[in-house]
Write a protein that binds this ligand. Structure first.
Ligand code: NAD
Length: 361
């Protein structure tokens, strides 16, 4: 029986519409093969939403997203809107989307494709074969904890305060996402904390250990965040899935991403409670410097669609088909400017899209 899915498309700004167009084409191409039907609805976000409605996240966009099975987002932002007050900035639309859909888990893979090993700044033998997933808590921790702000100390000196706080239920729901993700991968979960110093981390570690009994098929380990940062650049192949809080995850996911050396290749997923729509988007921004020039690499967006198929729609075979198409075109030597090297065939965004469609057969 044909499975039908309602997908909200948020092309956003800059290169967003270009990479989204390629992604929609490849999704339409694989749909019949896997007995899938996509109903795409496009909605406004970011700078283009500001231009048309005066708001970076119109209410209608949020309503459309909530009524869909998943949201595919490209990127937002650009020079044009940089001087607007904070509440009118494109980035405010993104934060509004995350909180409006209660997306508390951010999944960021860092996979080194054999064809792009040379793009990494680390040695081939260190990065070859790296395949890591960082699961980061997104709506709690030190970015949101109270009290926060600028205060005056007893001596009248200015004092900046932020509070790292997690409730047991906040920890449980993100650590469970960690275990579920590891289960779909190689079954190894590393929980990263600072339990030797922080009480909030001690609770985090205690809950991870308690929840491990529900996942006998997953091996749980722990690392302090400073050691985790060191291990990521020293011996990244030891990691399968990492689960950690908001601040540590922010830093470690960027470090893990840079192992790959190519921003145009990195997808991500932000998930809420099971059954609610998640948002799937490239890690990179709207690249205004190359927008409208047919130079953008659409592969991070295509790989985000693969994550959507795997993690939101439970269509792993269709996800694998997209991932395989990406590695096939790389094997064939096609490269956009950001990943081009000597001897490779230079293509633009559209050309890469055509190569992907050909690889899908
Ligand atoms: P960026 O990721 O847009 O660009 C950084 C560099 O990488 C640029 O040289 C760009 O040309 C290149 N690049 C990025 N994606 C590429 C792709 N797919 N193919 C080829 N080259 C690519 O980061 P930035 O320049 O710091 O920010 C530009 C705008 O994007 C800003 O307005 C920023 O706020 C916004 N931004 C949005 C998001 C998001 O939508 N999630 C994330 C980061 C930045």
């Amino acid at each position: 029986m044909t499975q039908q899915y309602r997908i909200t498309l948020l092309p956003g700004d800059g290169i967003g519409p270009e990479i989204m167009a390629v992604t929609v084409e490849v999704l339409q191409a694989i749909a019949p093969r896997f007995d899938l039907q996509f109903e795409f609805t496009e909605a406004l976000i970011g700078g283009s939403a500001i231009d048309q409605t005066g708001k970076p996240l119109p209410e209608e966009t949020l309503t459309t997203c909530r009524a869909s099975d998943a949201v595919l987002l490209a990127a937002i932002g650009g020079y044009k809107w940089d001087k607007l007050p904070r509440h009118q900035r494109p980035e405010t639309g993104l934060l509004g989307l995350r909180s409006g859909l209660e997306l508390f888990a951010n999944l960021r893979p860092a996979t080194i494709l054999p064809q792009l090993v040379e793009a990494s700044t680390l040695k081939r033998e260190v990065v070859e074969g790296v395949d890591i997933m960082v699961v980061r808590e997104l709506t709690g921790g030190i970015y949101f904890g109270q009290p926060k702000g600028l205060f005056s100390s007893e001596t009248g000196e200015q004092r900046g305060v932020n509070t790292m706080a997690y409730t047991r239920s906040e920890i449980d729901r993100i650590v469970k996402v960690g275990f579920e993700t590891a289960k779909k991968r190689r079954g190894q979960l590393c929980s990263v904390d600072k339990a030797n110093v922080l009480d909030v981390s001690q609770l985090w570690r205690d809950r991870a250990i308690a929840l491990a009994t529900d996942y006998p098929e997953v091996t749980l380990s722990h690392l302090y965040v400073d050691n985790a940062a060191m291990q990521l650049v020293r011996a990244p192949k030891q990691f399968d899935t990492i689960v950690t809080g908001n601040l540590f995850g922010d830093i470690l996911s960027d470090a893990a991403a840079m192992l790959t050396g190519s921003i145009g290749m990195l997808p991500s997923a932000s998930l809420g409670e099971p059954g609610k729509p998640g948002v799937f988007e490239p890690v990179h921004g709207s690249a205004p410097d190359i927008a409208g020039q047919d130079k953008a690499n659409p592969m991070a967006q295509v790989l985000s669609a693969a994550m959507m198929l795997r993690y939101a729609l439970d269509q792993p075979a269709a996800a694998t088909a997209l991932e395989t198409a990406v590695t096939t075109v790389l094997d064939q030597g096609y490269r956009t400017g950001d990943i081009w090297s000597d001897g490779m065939t230079a293509v633009g965004c559209k050309g890469m899209g055509e190569a992907l469609l050909k690889a899908l057969g």
